[in-house]
Design a protein around this ligand. Structure first.
Ligand SMILES: [Zn+2]
Length: 256
């Protein structure tokens, strides 16, 4: 039997979790690559993440074209090109989160500021998260939104092989090899940002080293994500499906 219904339900849950953890508010979005066709992705119609329901989910081609009907009432997110362009550039990515995470945004605008992991739970964001400035290619008169594939592809270039990229004066993108991974990292990136602001007010900061980032990436077993996901589901009163396809590579049942 196809796992699609449970995966779609998990996508709804991810919307609620990200809202609960203040990673998104009325704005921001999360998408998954279609589990049965890598040339498609799924995300909600344009709606506040906390309100998203299963009937809101839409399917898109990687260029942002809508596949099938648009839920009524509704329209797609104008920034869906962020997701399509990243899925296009990164075949390894199964999930994309775009947010305006409140403690992260300050790091997008302060010149010469450095944003990177200072605690192990956020290690996958790396030692120094790249910062995409829309003005570099598209001038200083945009509304800062990523509203076409040109912009999305330029952002994806800055993201490169990283797990996250900042967007100057706007927010961030976070990617993962699974829905759980991207949601987990989005939450801990926001927590890391709040901690970094506090740490910087106390004195000189020690970021994780390259070696520590690498060691954490290797050591992050599926059970860590699973433990978080189960609790996140409980917090928002959503169903928890253990050991679904969303574990990501390297997961085995014995990890739970
Ligand atoms: Zn945005």
């Amino acid at each position: 039997m196809s796992n699609l219904p449970k995966i779609m339900d998990d996508l709804v849950t991810a919307n609620h979790i990200l809202a609960h953890h203040n990673v998104v508010d009325s704005f921001g979005h999360v998408s998954i690559r279609h589990p049965e066709n890598p040339e498609l992705f799924m995300m909600s119609r344009a709606r506040a993440p906390a309100c998203v329901d299963i009937a809101d989910l839409m399917t898109f081609k990687l260029d942002g074209t809508v596949v099938g009907p648009t839920p009524s009432p509704g329209k797609p997110y104008s920034e869906r090109f962020i997701h399509g362009a990243i899925f296009e550039a990164r075949p390894d990515v199964m999930c994309v989160v775009h947010n305006h995470s409140p403690n992260v945004v300050p790091f997008t605008v302060v010149k010469k500021s450095r944003f990177g992991a200072i605690m192990h739970m956020a290690a996958p964001i790396g030692c120094c998260v790249p910062n995409w400035d829309i003005a570099n290619k598209f001038g200083s008169c945009t509304n800062l939104l990523v509203t076409n594939m040109d912009m999305g592809r330029d952002l994806a270039l800055t993201l490169g092989n990283n797990a996250a990229a900042l967007m100057r004066g706007h927010g961030a993108v976070v990617v993962g090899k699974s829905l759980r991974e991207a949601v987990f990292l989005s939450i801990f990136m926001e927590i890391n940002a709040a901690m970094l602001i506090k740490a910087q007010s106390l004195g000189e900061v020690t970021f994780l080293s390259e070696g520590e980032v690498e060691a954490n990436a290797k050591g992050r077993a599926g059970f860590t994500l699973e433990r978080g996901w189960e609790n996140f589901c409980r917090e928002v009163g959503r169903p928890y499906y253990p050991q679904s396809m969303e574990m990501g590579p390297g997961f085995s049942k014995t990890d739970v």
